[in-house]
Write a new protein. Structure first.
Lengths: 203, 293
């Protein structure tokens, strides 16, 4: 809750500052930042909590209590889902009242929804990884992944140096054509499927 | 359950690990009894107990606790079981009070008054962080948590390991009282046979993944005796049946596991002073059994 309120306040202040400094046109930049922050807001608590569970052997403690592995997984996945829905809802509400141009609004909406869906997907994968490999091993893999991720901008620059505009236009076209009504159920179905796999792994 | 009076039953339970296997364990515990599971380290005591709690999945055999299979009904079973493991795990940065409140949310039958009164009698401060509790305090706190939902069965895995003798005695006394006064069933595993000697009604010896002997404790101790004898005082058949035979300056000695059966034939030697009978403890029996495996 504290994270969520902090996040909302941060975005609200950032919106106000950017608007004063740059005007409404820069709202797309803010949306991009928000999307990245969704990931941080969700992954921060997921990894923090799992590190805490491992440090205190929390799952061993829970193992002796009358609570099933399914209920534990359900609670964790439920919390992530509620957080993501709350953040995505907040961002959509914020930008819908921010006088965004109609063309930009399509992009904003798609981007925020895609960020939320991606966030759910990666959170589910993280739990799956942690439940099957343990926190420490999985954290090492994630860190290696982020190191590799650092090479992505270099690769993009290498292959698209001459036609960066084309790349950006392709991304924008993709976002404009995303069927945002389909993104929500697809994200939910994918997330719930991964949750059931996680329950099986935890059991 | 084959016998409805049995609160738990294991039949031919198997579990295989690399280099170790529980090999067809069968056990039962009637309501209101204390069963001591004795065995050396690595014999499979913890694995057996974890199978009862569904913390380890068995590979074969049947297990019933309160007539339910732990694999399918772990939650219902745990609701009626008080568990105390060899190591006590808590969220270290949380207080005793927080932990009690957290645990209480999982049980249908949690009794806050009992919890508070156990904390008081164990002299555990509610405001202390669980990481600040000593080993003895942690065991007593775990016991308070395990008893506050009025479990019908207590499962204790090496509960006194690492405790000083005073606290050990207190913990064992409490278990004895719970069984005798409230009819609770208890299964307690330990390699400290003295604990079992003080508390158990029934004993089961688990060695290298096999139950090699189960019996009522008193019957066991009546049958297992060390016999000291002078040369020519015993029949050769009796001598051959003795284990842990030793020859020393004053004669020989050995351990029998059928004293009540041979008692009459020893009577004359006892009267003549050439045969002496000495009680053995569970340690002696365990050692005899380990050497016999």
């Amino acid at each position: 809750m504290v994270y969520f309120i902090g996040y909302c306040g941060f975005i609200l202040i950032l919106t106000a500052i950017l608007r004063m400094a740059l005007g409404n046109n820069q709202v797309v930049l803010l949306v991009l930042i928000s999307g990245v922050l969704i990931l941080m807001l969700v992954f921060g608590p997921v990894f923090f909590n799992e590190q805490y569970e491992e440090k205190h052997k929390g799952y061993d403690f829970l193992d002796i209590l009358p609570v099933s592995a399914g209920e534990i997984v359900l609670a964790k996945f439920g919390l992530v889902l509620v957080t993501v829905v709350a953040i995505v809802g907040y961002l959509l509400l914020l930008f819908s009242v921010s006088n965004v141009a109609p063309n930009d609004w399509i992009l904003v909406r798609s981007y925020i929804l895609m960020s939320g869906a991606g966030c759910l997907f990666f959170a589910a994968l993280s739990y799956l990884g942690i439940f099957s490999l343990g926190y420490t091993k999985f954290a090492m893999i994630v860190m290696s992944f982020f190191v590799l991720l650092g090479f992505v901008p270099i690769l993009i620059l290498k292959f698209y140096r001459e036609n960066m505009d084309v790349l950006i236009e392709n991304i924008l076209t993709f976002l404009r054509h995303v069927n945002w009504l389909a993104v929500i159920p697809l994200a939910l179905i994918g997330y719930l499927s991964l949750m059931f796999v996680a329950i099986k792994v935890k059991e | 359950m084959d016998n409805p009076e049995n609160i738990l039953e294991l039949q031919s339970v198997q579990k295989r690990y690399r280099g170790f296997a529980l090999d067809g364990i069968s056990l039962s515990l009637p309501q209101g009894y204390i069963l001591g599971l004795i065995g050396p380290n690595g014999a499979g005591k913890t694995t057996t107990i974890k199978i009862l709690m569904n913390m380890v999945k068995r590979d074969g055999g049947n297990v019933q606790v309160f007539g339910l299979d732990p694999k399918k009904n772990a939650k219902q079973i745990k609701n009626k079981v008080g568990f105390l493991g060899e190591e006590q795990q808590f969220y270290g940065n949380k207080t005793v009070a927080w932990t009690g409140k957290f645990v209480s949310t999982f049980y249908d039958n949690w009794d806050t008054n009992t919890f508070q009164s156990l904390l008081s009698s164990f002299q555990i401060s509610r405001t202390k962080k669980t990481s600040e509790l000593s080993k003895g305090m942690k065991v007593r706190f775990s016991l308070a948590l395990a008893l506050s939902h009025h479990p019908e069965l207590l499962i204790l895995d090496e509960p006194t390991a690492g405790l000083d003798p005073v606290i050990r005695r207190n913990v064992l006394e409490l278990l004895r009282k719970k069984s005798k006064n409230e009819g609770k069933s208890v299964i307690i595993s330990s390699h400290i046979t003295d604990d079992i000697m003080r508390t158990a009604d029934l004993v089961a010896f688990l060695i290298e993944g096999k139950i090699v002997l189960t019996s009522e404790k008193d019957e066991l101790l009546s049958n297992w005796k060390r016999i000291h004898y002078k040369k020519g005082a015993l029949d050769i058949d009796i001598i051959k049946s003795l284990t842990r035979r030793k020859d020393h300056a004053f004669g020989s000695s050995g351990v029998t596991d059928r004293y009540l059966e041979i008692k009459d034939s020893l009577a004359q030697g006892i009267t003549e002073g050439v045969v002496k009978i000495e009680s053995v403890n569970l340690d002696d029996i365990l050692i005899s059994l380990v050497k016999g495996v």
